[in-house]
Design a protein around this ligand. Structure first.
Ligand code: PSU
Ligand code: MN
Length: 345
C-alpha cells in the first residue's frame, strides 16, 4: 500500500538523521533525479528495514545467467529475513533505487556492456543517458541519499598491492570515510593489500568490525593475518554500532566484515598462487586503473579453471563459494537491518 512520496523531511523524521542530513545540505532536489521503487519508498517511509545492493557484482562479477539467478536469490534471502532489497543501478541515465525483475534482467544481460560506475563516473553516466552498474562507492552514495543505512555486498575494493607506486586505491575506501552507512562484506579479497587497506580505512575514520571473529577476513580465507579493530557477535550489537554512528552524526561509514563459513575456506587457500600469477600478468600487460579489479578477478577464475578436470572442479567450487559468501552476507545484513529498525522504533 503506497503511502505518499519520499521527501527529505519525512526521511529525516523517520530515520533521526537530522544532524547528518543537515550537515550534508540535503534537499529534495536529488530525490527528483532518482527513481525509487515503490516497495523501497514505502519501507523507508514506514521505517521498515531496507538493504542496499550494488550492481557491479551483477554486471562484471559473474556471467549471465548465473548473475541474474544469484541477484534474485540474494534478494529473496533479504525478503525472507524481513528486509526490502534495494538493488541500485543507473538505467538510461536514471539512478534507480530498487530494480524490478525486468530491470534486473536487463542489467544482467548487459553484463560488462553496462559501465562500471564508481563515484567519479556517476555524472557522466547520468548526463549521457547511459547504463551504469554501480560499484560500492556509487551504491553508497545513492543509498545514503535516500536514507538506507545498511548495504550488503561480496567484497569491497581496497588498496591494491604496489599502490605505493601505482596509487591505485579504490574510491570505495574514501566513500566509506564520508558516508554514514554500514557495508556488510566478506572482507577484502587477497588480490589487494589487506594491511594497507586497513591502515587507509583507519586514516579515513572508518569503523571496521568483524562479525564473530578476532581476525579480519580475506574473503575466502577466514583470516588475513590482520587483527579485527573491533568484534561484534550479534545482529543487535551491529545495529547498536550503526545507531550510535547516526545519533552522533559522525558522517563516516562502517565496514562490517563477515568471515566465510568454514566449508569455503579450503577453496580460498587454493587460489593464492593464481592471484600471484594474475598480479604478475597485470603488471606485464600494463593493466591499471579501473580495469585492474575486473582483470584480476577474471584471470583468477580462468587460472583456477582451464585445462585439468581437477582445476575445473576447483573453479566450480570457487564460483559456488563466491555465491555462497554473498548469500551469507545477505542473511546477516538482513538481520542487522531488522535489529536496527527495531532500535529506532
Ligand atoms: N571485489 C570483489 N568483487 C567485485 C568488486 C570488488 O571481490 O565485484 C567490485 C565492487 O563493485 C567494488 C569494485 O566496489 O569492484 C572496486 O573496483 P575498483 O578497485 O576499481 O575501485
Ligand atoms: Mn582502482
Amino acid at each position: 500500500r503506497p503511502c505518499g512520496a519520499l521527501t527529505s523531511a519525512s526521511l529525516a523524521e523517520h530515520w533521526e538523521l537530522h544532524a547528518v542530513w543537515s550537515r550534508m545540505g540535503q534537499n529534495d532536489s536529488i530525490l527528483g533525479s532518482l527513481k525509487i521503487a515503490p516497495d523501497v519508498n514505502d519501507a523507508l517511509l514506514r521505517g521498515n528495514p531496507v538493504v542496499a545492493l550494488e550492481s557491479t557484482i551483477i554486471s562484471h562479477g559473474m556471467p549471465y545467467p548465473q548473475n541474474l539467478q544469484t541477484a534474485k536469490e540474494v534478494q529473496a534471502i533479504l525478503k525472507a529475513n524481513g528486509a526490502v532489497p534495494a538493488t541500485i543501478a543507473i538505467l538510461d541515465g536514471v539512478p534507480c533505487i530498487g530494480l524490478n525483475n525486468e530491470q534486473l534482467e536487463r542489467l544482467a544481460k548487459l553484463g560488462s556492456k553496462a559501465q562500471k560506475t564508481a563515484r567519479r563516473d556517476i555524472s557522466h553516466v547520468v548526463a549521457s543517458g547511459g547504463n551504469g552498474a554501480t560499484t560500492v562507492s556509487a551504491t553508497m552514495f545513492f543509498a545514503s541519499k535516500v536514507g538506507i543505512p545498511v548495504f550488503v555486498t561480496g567484497g569491497v575494493g581496497g588498496v591494491h598491492r604496489h599502490a605505493e607506486t601505482t596509487m591505485d586505491i579504490s574510491s570505495d575506501l574514501t566513500e566509506l570515510g564520508k558516508t554514514p552507512m554500514a557495508v556488510i562484506s566478506a572482507g577484502v579479497k587477497s588480490i589487494l593489500d589487506i594491511p594497507r587497506t586497513l591502515e587507509y580505512l583507519e586514516t579515513q575514520g572508518v569503523t571496521v568490525a568483524v562479525y564473530q571473529s578476532n581476525d579480519f577476513p580475506a574473503f575466502f580465507s577466514g583470516s588475513s593475518g590482520c587483527k579485527a579493530p573491533c568484534r561484534l557477535d550479534t545482529p543487535e550489537q551491529c545495529a547498536r554500532l550503526i545507531y550510535a554512528n547516526m545519533k552522533l552524526g559522525l558522517g563516516s561509514g562502517m565496514l562490517i566484515a563477515v568471515p566465510a563459513p568454514e566449508e569455503h575456506v579450503a577453496a580460498g587457500n587454493a587460489i593464492e598462487s593464481a592471484i600471484k600469477k594474475a598480479l604478475e600478468e597485470a603488471k606485464v600487460n600494463n593493466v591499471a586503473g579501473n580495469a585492474a579489479t575486473p582483470f584480476l578477478l577474471s584471470r583468477v577464475n580462468e587460472l583456477t579453471g582451464g585445462a585439468s578436470l581437477l582445476a575445473s572442479i576447483l573453479c566450480y567450487k570457487l564460483f559456488f563459494s563466491y555465491i555462497a559468501l554473498v548469500k551469507n552476507n545477505a542473511l546477516i545484513g538482513a538481520r542487522i537491518a531488522v535489529a536496527l529498525a527495531d532500535l529506532r522504533r
